[in-house]
Design a protein around this ligand. Structure first.
Ligand SMILES: Nc1ncnc2c1ncn2[C@@H]1O[C@H](COP(=O)(O)OP(=O)(O)O)[C@@H](O)[C@H]1O
Ligand SMILES: [Mg+2]
Length: 406
């Protein structure tokens, strides 16, 4: 039986092809034999060095990477961007960027705040963990980076470049100074309706850009919506994104990917052909969480939550909080219909209804309607005529969303 540290080391060694697999296997057998005989066991690294399977230099390099990913390696500066570092040690660098501090350690790896030493510009760098590389390969990580670099939109985190150094894959992105909607929910337990609507419109704009490139995000949730200090909304984490209308690989079909609390019914069932309407569902659930303070479905296990998304109706907003507007209730209900065909056809349609909600809320509050976010402005050259409300195009004004013309 290998210790957790030995297992991590073994994973990294395998990934980097640093040691022949037969050597690792032989070490493992030797350790098991010693343990079974009740004798003291050396560590995996001791054994590998003894056998001459690994040089001390190669081991030192690999351990440095392990420390970096575990967030334990010294070397990054502890001061915030621009401030003088508290320690005068040479900062750890990756891809030529100075790593300042880890921001988050998630499913795919660790995200660091970093700085370009030449321009002083701040960036965020996602480093793929050995575990993630082992489980999913670097493919998903590289695809995320590639998509983010290819999609340019004010509401999508901009990718800068992807690279490999010292056996670590890293992905450099624009740094978003602020916090995620998820972090804010955990801190403050909820968003005002107008604020949630503005965020929803911005995410719709990002999703329209993705749709134009035939890309489904597949993991829309508060943690993947970043809010910067200027109030800009940036969608991140295209790690699960995939092109729709293309055949899906056998390995992923039939297995639900995404985060159970926000997953669409079709994604929960492992349907390999989910399209952009799955993101619309997850955005509806995200809006629910933002204004109610909790997601619609919870459960003991991820599987229990998946099943509720498949079989249970998302509760009406006003059944939980009667003071919320009927217009927002309508939009969330429409976005979270079980059958994709009954949802908004596109995120653009949903954005237009959210704009109506915003005007109604502003009217009721007695103020001027909020301006459309920059990202929602019509692209240059597009028809100037106002779009008919999506709900109207879908067959007459719905009961829940009285349109201005009604
Ligand atoms: N460009 C960025 N700027 C600032 N923080 C970021 C950036 N990208 C990610 N983060 C932070 O790191 C967290 C995890 O990043 P994410 O891309 O969602 O990776 P994961 O696959 O681990 O979910 C985010 O929730 C956010 O808090
Ligand atoms: Mg994420």
């Amino acid at each position: 039986m290998l210790s957790a540290a030995d297992r991590r080391l073994a994973q990294l060694l395998i990934r980097e092809h640093a040691v022949p697999l037969v050597e690792l296997h032989a070490c493992r057998q030797q350790l098991e034999r010693l343990a079974a005989a009740g004798q003291p066991c050396p560590s995996l690294e001791q054994l590998l060095l003894e056998r001459g399977a690994l040089t001390p230099q190669a081991l030192a390099r690999i351990k440095r990477n392990l420390g970096l990913l575990a967030g334990t390696s010294g070397g990054w500066q502890t001061g915030a961007g621009g401030e003088p570092p508290r320690r005068r040690r040479k900062p750890r660098t990756l891809g030529g960027y100075e790593l300042l501090a880890p921001i988050a350690a998630g499913g795919t790896g660790t995200v660091f705040k970093a700085r370009d030493p030449v321009t002083g510009a701040l960036v965020a760098i996602k480093v793929l963990s050995a575990e993630a590389a082992m489980q999913r390969g670097a493919e998903r990580f590289l695809r995320e980076a590639q998509l983010a670099c290819q999609l340019t939109h004010p509401n999508l985190v901009r990718g800068i470049r992807v690279g490999r150094e010292d056996g670590l894959y890293y992905f450099v992105m624009e740094f978003v100074e602020g916090e995620s909607a998820g972090q804010r929910l955990r801190r403050r337990q909820g968003f005002g309706e107008l604020e949630a609507v503005a965020i929803g419109r911005a995410v719709c704009a990002a999703l329209e850009c993705a749709r134009a490139h035939a890309i489904v995000h597949r993991d829309i949730k508060p943690d993947n919506i970043l809010l910067d200090r200027q109030g800009q909304v940036k969608l991140c984490d295209l790690g699960l994104a995939r092109s729709f209308g293309r055949p899906t690989s056998v390995t992923t079909s039939g297995i639900a990917v995404g985060t159970p609390r926000y997953i669409s019914p079709e994604q929960a069932r492992g349907d390999p052909n989910v399209d952009h309407r799955s993101d619309i569902y997850s955005l509806g659930v995200t809006l629910f969480h933002m204004v109610i303070g909790r997601p619609p479905f919870d459960g003991e296990t991820g599987l229990a939550i998946l099943s509720r998304h498949i079989y249970e109706e998302v509760p009406r907003l006003r059944a939980v909080r009667p003071e919320l507007s009927p217009e927002l209730e309508y939009v969330v209900a429409r976005a979270t219909r079980k059958r994709p065909a009954e949802r908004y056809e596109t995120a653009g349609d949903m954005a237009r209804d959210l704009a109506i909600v915003a005007s109604r809320l502003a009217e009721r509050a007695g103020g001027a309607p909020p301006p459309a976010p920059a990202a929602l402005a019509r692209p240059a050259g597009a028809a100037a005529a106002p779009h008919p409300p999506a709900a109207a195009r879908a067959g007459g004004p719905p009961a829940g969303l009285p349109h201005p013309s009604a």
